[in-house]
Design a binder for this molecule. Sequence first.
Ligand code: NAI
Length: 781
Amino acid sequence: MTVKEIFESMEYGPAPESAADAYAWLVDQGDRFGQFINGAFTAPGEGFEAKNPATGEVLALLSQASAEDVDAAVAAARKAQPKWERLGGPGRARYLYALARLVQKNARLFAVLETLDNGKPIRESRDIDIPLVHRHFYHHAGLAQLLEVERPDRRAQGVCGQVIPWNFPLLMLAWKVAPALAAGNTVVLKPAEWTSLTALLFADICRQAGLPKGVVNIVTGDGEVGERVVAHEGVDKVAFTGSTEVGRRIRQQTAGQGKALTLELGGKSAYIVFEDADIDSAIEGLVDAIWLNGGQVCCAGSRLLLQEGIADDFQARLRERMGKLRIGNPLDKCIDIGAMADPAQVERVRRLVEGSVAGECFSAAVEIPETGAFYPPTLIIGLAPSDALMQQEIFGPVLVATTFRTPAEAIALANNTRYGLAASVWSESLNLALDVAPKLAAGVVWVNGTNMFDAAAPFGGVRESGFGREGGWAGLDAYLKPAGAQKALRPIAGFTGGTNGVVEGMDRTPKLYIGDKQARPDGGYSRVVYGKSGKALGQVPVANRKDIRNAVEAARGAATWGRTNGHGRAQILYYMAENLSARADDFAGVLNAMNGGRKGADEVEASVDRLFTWAAWADKFAGEAAAVPIRGMALALREPVGVIGAFCPDEAPLLGLVSVLGAAMAMGNRAVLVASEPFPLAAMELVQVLETSDVPAGVANLLVGPVAELAPHLAGHADVEAVWSFASADLSEVIERESAANLKRTWVNNGRALDWFGAGGCRAFLEAATEVKTVWVPYGE
Ligand code: NAI
């Protein structure tokens, strides 16, 4: 094309970025890579090719890490960890700062290498991925600096096994490595097999920064290597980003191993446009939402929901805009959409789209290179909410669209998915947008924006999009654990009776507490509880799986509790405290009789105090504003998790139960509690406190029964959002395994005792009882 022609047509000419430096770096490394273990590269072994998906060109040869390699990497990380942690936050901050500087200094090299390896447009790797990477390291240098002041009671988890995907290779590395290192952990990271090169360049940067050996280890290979890393017994914490299927498998595989786990999984995020939206901005936003990185984005706005009145006009304008997208050589600075990460991903997308007969499919008539992993921007309209393409994550440049009439319908459609990662809301009425935002089941909501990310703003999902947050303090907390050793907890057995089970003076029929009713156990069974001397103290019902289901149903019906304000919730908790206090002597008597101790009065007093503590917190844990360097503000709001099922502790049968229930209620959750199996009588007494304290029906449900039998049912129930276990019978494995079904949040004791008189009122409860929802709102200039 001549200059004259360019002026006449106003077409962009090609503007390719030079890849010379990236190739030179690959040549310097010998075009072959081993593993990065203990500060050095091992000799290259058997492996696979790193290819440029835009051309099919082989860029380098990578090695498949063996079991011995993973062992060596974990051993190096283990050896390096204590010293790294002892260096202290400010000491570690210097290294994170050095890493940030070095990534920034090598930004162009990283950007080009990323584009070569992944196929994303250079405009994105240069202007989005890499700047966010160094921003992440800078921000976490700051978090490390402040850590000891802000989190004095926490310490590092230890060795972190981290597995990342191929869509934002270096950015996902930064999201994993920066908080882990800031918190004093060491790392074994496995990049995705399609995109390992920038991780290996990062390894080189770690050497240049003088990072102590073994602090960062990088092993390459496929899912088998990933599996070895997460299953390794030397790993204390696992962090994974990738598909929901693999995330679920990791949850099952690590069940009962005592590992902390965060999962950032798939999504099918709604992009909601109301009639009063600025349509041009919403269309440009949509280009970002679904065609950024060719739609290979976990939080891509892949489900377009349009208000009916604007649907035709919007779709017409959108089709026109799609026709103007430029797709081609990712190194060309004028390109909007590059190659997909691998031909296999193109095939996956093609199969999904061609496998669906529903709706009307529109493919943009844009020029596409004949070779390479390219797929055209595609719009599919006229789908029903249950159609496969409306439900399945496509992970490609394919947008599905439908319409709605009212805000309520938009919310229902948006929430009609097993995922819950993100959502965008477009409306010029902030009243409307901010009314809709809290009603969306999503970890991130963008108001009049999309795909905004920052190191200070927590990111992560609800439902089957996984759990845990990355970014900000919430992200850092996932790499910390309580300081101080926890004592091992041996199973505590109840007393058996010498008498024939006759309970003196008892004529009450024992009941469960479900909804606002005392309910007979479904199975119709009860059992006798004996004191230390063998005396029969009372009877308790024996709950079964049907009772669990009834209690969960009652809890689901009490959703308005989550919308009751903190002040209102506090009033109920104070009332409970008051009513418990009024019956302190009765409760103390029951406790002493049950466990044969003399500390009943202390436990009741501590329980009253605990309720006061949770009442105090009820209106003081609402979240914080994250200062993001993008126009607007990110509000990291604390939302209730939903329905929390919990197995209560045996070593403090009243205080433990009250600690769990109070924390759950204070944060707006509904609870299904299974009382201590050996010492259940205090829980039965508490029913009367609940009944007289105006606790709304279904907010607190109390069951008594065989915990080992009930655990799989509560943990596997699809309508429960979180399960906690503090029972002395270790239920950790079964709960973590069964929770994988709908990827519910879990908090288990792994056979360790919590100090209920002290730590039973700690911040960890507030964190476990809430989920961070990050709402990005326009604010300021
Ligand atoms: P994937 O989940 O298999 O791969 C992600 C990472 O996990 C890679 O490093 C892989 O080697 C590793 N991995 C695979 N199996 C593993 C196992 N059993 N244990 C430990 N690590 C394992 O994703 P894949 O197959 O590349 O893509 C499939 C689909 O997953 C995509 O089409 C997309 O829908 C979704 N996906 C979602 C991502 C997200 O960010 N939410 C990222 C990548 C894929």
